[in-house]
Design a protein around this ligand. Sequence first.
Ligand code: SF4
Length: 384
Amino acid sequence: MNPLDTLIVKFAATCNLACTYCYEYAAGDESWRTKPKGILLETAERIGERIREFGESVGKDRMTVVAHGGEPLLLGAARLDAVLSAISNRASPIGVKFSLQTNGTLLTPSICAVLAQHQVTVGVSLDGSAIHNRRRIDHRGLLSYDQVLAGIETLRSTPGALFGGLLCVIDLEHDPEEIVDALCSLRPPMVDLLQPFLTHDAAGNTREATANRFGQWMCRAMDRWIERPEYAKVRIRVLDDALRASLTRRPETDWFGPRRISYMVIETDGTYDLLDQLKAIGAESAAMRQFGRTIRDCSLQDAARFAEQLLSERGGDKLPHACNGCRWADVCAGGHLPSRHSAARGFDNPSTYCEGILALLDHSQDRLTKHTQRLALTDTHTKA
Ligand code: SF4
């Protein structure tokens, strides 16, 4: 079965916030400037037609479309409705499951009503409490926290709306327990923690110290999450993945694992892109991400094939040489792609967070082993 099941579609090329760490606008890639600010209806229709063509040819009856940006809600309620309708109508009879990643500041009642109508699962970017969220500012430098909380409240009070969870970019300057508390107290069904983008060239000679600090941060975050029973209903995806993968050795998130083309990115002008997070590398990443095809001239099946070729040519699908012999190589596989990059060796480097990933996976295995031993002891005690 073809693994491609998700399209990340840029609904907007601009954003009403100016977060200081943004890979889209603050890392040196300026390609967004030449793209349409908002996706055109004809591009949305073509995406729907490509989904139908793909689904029928590979035997998939459903695909996921993630509305992304920039800030996708800059489209406004009416145009958002038209774009979502265009994709799902043209894709029919192949079903489209929509989700949307937003900064949360534009979740008005009319927009939430459109999202509910199309059954869009909404993820909101938030880095913790007001103090943790200090890097998520608008173009005047004003904090966005209060607006985001109001947006989440509007979403939650809209009948039929689906709150999918929170996306938090890790800030090692802040206490992990405080961040876990701040996020879980908002009762999201899921929390995604995002690794701060750090290439080898950016890390320089502080890399190892940063990786160790990162590992300690992640282990403390895991302990807080596990040890608070009231957080049991919140899935912190990467921690959940680390725990499971330390047992099954089959990870599911972008943080770990061999690269498969299970999703493609489509820009507002219909251009295909391999992985837009590679923009964190800077302007030179265009050659690693783009293969010169658009939704107009290339099917999804062919685009996935071109993307696989590009990934393979750049060595992004191979285990970095230095990872040979690592005890977690089958799980980690070198780590998240942007964190493997250096100008000198391309993607043939272990993750800049290597020591931290080792610590997290060891800690996950340790926690599970102790938990299993405790269960076994309880069992023996009960039988005795
Ligand atoms: S050496 Fe480090 S980056 Fe490489 S697989 Fe092992 S943990 Fe991952």
